[in-house]
Design a protein around this ligand. Structure first.
Ligand code: NAD
Length: 499
């Protein structure tokens, strides 16, 4: 299926695919998928104004009714799952299973949000004053700006959108310029879901097509109280302070540098599967990709030998083929970053297996790479940074405390895992003196979170939380109310004002 087929299937007017000079090329083979018109500053302004008006209406709609919109949207996602998955594959190069997996993640968060729409619970709190009540209520916040990265071109938006919409907010989405078609498809289906509901205001959801400058317009706009931004630490370093300067709120979901510790008691077969999926799945282009492993000296040689053997059999190629496990990198720049990181590691004495470009004869306009295994010491400077490509840095350790210290000694703090059958080690890793990441797993790899838990990380990963658990609170404002149903006016802390 090409883009026109997909858009026709979804009922989207295909003329949108040829409106301007923002080129969208497929990473699979460089085929031009679309030429879109970017949104000018005036259009951005108009869309934000519409979103503000829509918020005023939407916040008055009862939350369970807001959930009904998401229920209908979820049904459309179910109906079109293979086609939406195919669009993710075409635009981002994910293999079919991962493209469809991403759509499933959207369906899951919609189900979660529908339930949530009847569970936006506040608290009642014991008042210190007689015949007084104290309670906390959660109210809609306002238009939410969603900035997303190329590598999860639908799911990340849906985590934000589904929660924000049931919370009573309107949404304004600035997708990556590398994946705008996925955004147009989602926006269209959401509009279709809304089309039979008479209480959904126009402009409740919109998409801004453009680059970082377009994102900046959203970031700086005081009408947008919350910016939920997913992308690199570099982006977060720019966006965070700008939103803070206008006292806006952010949810920042930034880069990761995730590691797995393999202890002597580990089930090595499980560990190998998890490391492989984590390191090479999505061609190493997940925020939760496994970038480092710490192998206990008792298992190091065996794990490395088995990893290298397993990786020679990985099928790299067109992600639309059912046997392919590793698709292309998103673009030339991604491959160049990978090459630079490997050159630096080699210069520091590391031994490297893989890492070369492949299939360039078949796909001269695309960037396929063999995943790289780097055996080195901890002093490899570039292992401290996230290179968004399939590079796995392998280190040896002897003592768990030392491994945890090295594990935590990177600026990012997203996802982490230990493979062990030793309960004491597992609990130690999960404890306050263990992994410092937002996600810590035992006998489960770093990559591939379920939507039920809050997702996000510490340190330079930005501290934001999205998706499940109580992440919804980030999309609402808290109001604390004290109600006096007595005939006196006692002051808190027993203060006597003498009147
Ligand atoms: P990127 O930082 O280049 O871009 C992400 C988005 O931010 C894009 O929409 C971009 O236009 C926008 N942007 C960048 N600078 C901006 C600015 N100054 N003002 C406003 N908007 C701006 O990231 P990418 O290459 O698309 O994605 C890869 C990165 O995203 C990796 O670092 C990855 O770890 C991270 N990521 C994190 C998560 C997470 O949940 N923590 C999820 C997916 C991806």
């Amino acid at each position: 299926m090409n883009t026109h087929d997909i858009f026709r299937h979804l009922g989207i007017d295909t003329s949108v695919l040829r409106t301007g000079d923002v080129w969208v090329d497929s990473p699979i083979d460089g085929t031009r998928l679309a030429q879109l018109a970017p949104d000018t500053a005036d259009i951005v302004d108009t869309k934000i104004a519409l979103a503000s008006r829509a918020f005023d209406t939407w916040r008055r709609v009862p939350a369970p009714r807001r959930g009904e919109l998401i229920r209908r949207f979820g049904l459309l996602l179910r109906e079109h799952k293979p086609v939406l998955g195919a669009l993710i594959t075409l635009e981002c190069g994910k293999i079919i299973a991962e493209g469809e997996g991403e759509v499933q993640e959207m369906i899951d968060i919609c189900d979660f949000a529908v339930g949530l729409s009847r569970q936006l619970y506040g608290r009642t709190i014991a008042s210190e004053r007689p015949l007084h009540a104290l309670r906390e209520t959660w109210h809609p916040l306002g238009p939410v700006g969603i900035i997303s990265a190329f590598n999860f071109p639908m799911a990340v938006w849906s985590w934000n959108a589904a929660l924000a919409l049931v919370c009573g907010d309107s949404i304004i989405w600035k997708p990556s310029i590398k994946a705008p078609l996925c955004a147009l498809a989602c926006q269209h289906l959401l509009e279709r879901a809304a089309s039979d509901m008479d209480d959904v205001p126009p402009g409740l959801s919109c998409v801004l097509i453009g680059n970082n400058d377009t994102g900046s317009l959203l970031v700086d706009d005081p009408r947008v109280p919350l910016i939920s931004a997913t992308g690199s630490c570099t982006m977060g370093r720019q966006v965070g302070p700008r939103v803070a300067q206008r006292f806006g709120r952010t949810i920042l979901e930034l880069g990761g540098n995730n590691a797995i510790i393999v202890a002597p008691s580990a089930d090595l077969e499980l560990a190998l599967q998890a490391i492989t999926f984590g390191a090479v799945g999505t061609a190493g282009q997940r925020c939760t990709s496994t970038r480092r492993v710490f192998l206990h000296q008792q298992v190091r040689d065996e794990v490395l030998a088995r990893l290298k053997k397993a990786w020679t059999g990985l099928v790299i190629g067109d992600p639309r083929e059912p046997d392919t496990l590793i698709g292309p990198l998103i673009d030339r720049q991604a491959f160049e970053s990978m090459t630079l990181a490997l050159q630096a590691a080699r210069a520091q004495g590391a031994a490297i297996t893989g890492g070369e470009r492949v299939l360039s004869d078949l796909y001269p306009q695309a960037w396929y790479a063999r995943p790289a295994i780097v055996e080195g010491t901890d002093s490899l400077r570039n292992s401290l940074e996230e290179t968004f490509a399939p590079i796995l840095y392998c280190f040896e350790y002897t003592d768990l405390d030392e491994a945890i210290e090295r594990h935590n000694a990177v600026p990012q703090g997203l996802s982490s895992a230990i493979f062990t059958r030793d309960l004491l080690e597992a609990e130690h890793f999960l404890s306050a003196v263990g992994s410092d990441c937002g996600i810590a797993n035992v006998n489960v790899g770093t990559s591939g979170a379920e939507i039920g838990g809050a997702f996000g990380g510490e340190k330079e990963t930005g501290g934001g939380r999205e998706s499940g658990s109580d992440a919804w609170r980030g999309y609402m404002r808290r109001s604390t109310a004290t109600i006096n149903f007595s005939t006196q006016l006692p002051l808190a802390q027993g203060v006597n004002f003498g009147t």
